[in-house]
Design a protein around this ligand. Structure first.
Ligand code: NAP
Ligand code: MG
Length: 400
């Protein structure tokens, strides 16, 4: 490797898997050049979370990072880890600094059939992770009275005032916003990702009802596509198309898969859970944060698998699925290799993924998958033996 890969270590069971993956599947095969940042909660506390910001800036500098799952502190974690502050979610910090969009893709294998039987290829969900209802201002109206939407410019001139509702009884109101800069970043990240994946891009919203708000999202996508991506899409043989969210859902369910579906914040939150469940398992879901200027941060979509970690601490061997974490590494290696014209690194990453598929197709799998697999004889193993089996298959591929 020539350029460093930014490595972000994490917490609990995934931290244990992280080390196993490095020891068995990476270090024996790759001359790993990593910039290591320990985002484990203990070290975040030691650095008062500075390490998270440093890691984010390192990804902005070098372009590719790989991240282990991390704890987002809540009240319980505050006492468990004796924290001096309730630190923000590391993923939130990374998203804010890299101005990124999160893309989630399921890892598909033949023996695990999607609930929707016509899905043949993965469906990637792109969620606009900024604004809308997640940054809304809400008020519980407890009496009669008038709610208005008012906009005042920075000089104090009232530019807009409209009655939302004249309440004759108690009710609720909500005010939400988004920013052009964020919508544009979201659109560009989606177009970039689709080009990279060579897959069609769909975007959906409710513009028939939300005639200014959602219509504006639609217009921004349309304008950026026409001006910046139309030719590149044509060359790549892929298409961009907009459709109403209701229609999108009907088409997604009837489709074969194999495309990127861009969703507004709330739609993406809900639909990504539907897609991951319908494809089989959260443990088989990969995730990548892509910034509009082409920086990539790869990770598993699941968390630190706390329940398994407590068992591990009691000396039990757990059958935690490392697939999504391994694919975070292979995704990062592929991207690094591509950017550096390092074909050897790309080949290694492809072989690693193949070794994982070979392992699963031979029936060797972790507990979560054994329950889902159909049509093959399965053998349930613990995480360590699963990784050892992948290593064996990887050695076989690489020695060919
Ligand atoms: P989780 O870690 O995703 O685990 C929830 C459950 O899903 C597990 O108990 C397990 O079910 C199953 N599961 C998830 N990943 C699995 C895997 N690789 N192999 C086998 N089973 C798997 O979610 P959580 O328990 O709600 O959250 C734990 C911690 O993770 C929290 O502190 C949260 O802040 C953090 N988190 C971090 C990220 C991130 O860094 N991106 C994302 C989400 C959550 P069974 O127990 O039934 O086996
Ligand atoms: Mg959700």
């Amino acid at each position: 490797m020539t350029t460093p890969l930014v490595e972000l270590d994490g917490d609990e069971m995934t931290r244990i898997l992280w080390q196993m993956i490095k020891d068995d599947l990476i270090l024996p095969f790759v001359d790993l050049k990593a910039e290591y940042y320990d985002l484990g909660l203990v070290h975040r506390e030691e650095t008062k979370d500075a390490v998270t910001y440093e890691a984010a800036h390192a990804i902005a500098k070098y372009g590719v990072g790989v991240k282990c799952a991390t704890i987002t502190p809540n009240e319980l974690r505050m006492s468990e880890y004796n924290l001096s502050e309730k630190y923000k979610s590391p993923n939130g910090t990374l998203r804010a600094i890299l101005d990124g969009t999160v893309f989630r893709t399921p890892i598909c294998i033949d023996s695990i059939k999607p609930v929707v039987k016509n899905w043949k290829k993965p469906i990637t969900i792109a969620r606009h992770a900024y604004g809308d209802v997640y940054k809304a201002t809400e008020y519980r109206v407890g009496e009669e009275g008038k709610a208005e939407l008012v906009f005042t410019d920075k000089n104090g001139n009232e530019k807009f005032r409209e009655t939302i509702y004249d309440f004759e009884c108690p009710g609720v109101i909500q005010g939400m916003y988004n920013k052009d800069s964020s919508i544009k970043s979201f659109a560009r990240a989606c177009f970039e990702y689709a080009l990279d994946a060579k897959e069609d891009l769909w975007f959906s919203s409710k513009d028939t009802i939300s005639k200014s708000y959602d219509q504006h999202f639609r217009d921004v996508f349309e304008e950026i596509f026409e001006k910046e991506y139309k030719d590149a899409f044509e060359k790549a043989g892929i298409t961009y198309f907009y459709t109403l969210i209701d229609d999108a859902i009907a088409r997604v369910v009837r489709s074969e898969g194999g495309f990127v579906w861009a969703c507004k914040n709330y739609d993406g939150d809900v639909m990504s859970d539907m897609i991951s469940t319908a494809f089989g398992s959260l443990a088989m879901m990969t995730s990548v944060l892509v910034s509009p200027d082409g920086k990539y941060e790869y990770e598993a979509a699941h968390g630190t698998v706390t329940r398994h970690y407590y068992k591990y601490l009691e000396g039990e061997e757990t059958s935690t699925n490392p697939m999504a974490t391994i694919f975070a590494w292979s995704g990062a290696f592929k991207k690094r290799g591509e950017l550096d014209n390092n074909q050897e690194l790309v080949n290694y990453a492809t072989s690693l993924e193949q070794a994982c598929f070979d392992t699963l197709n031979s029936g060797v799998m972790t507990k979560d998958l054994v329950h889902l697999a159909e049509g093959i004889e399965t053998k349930q193993v613990n995480s360590k033996d699963f990784i050892k089996e992948i290593k064996k298959n990887l050695e076989a591929i690489l020695s060919k």
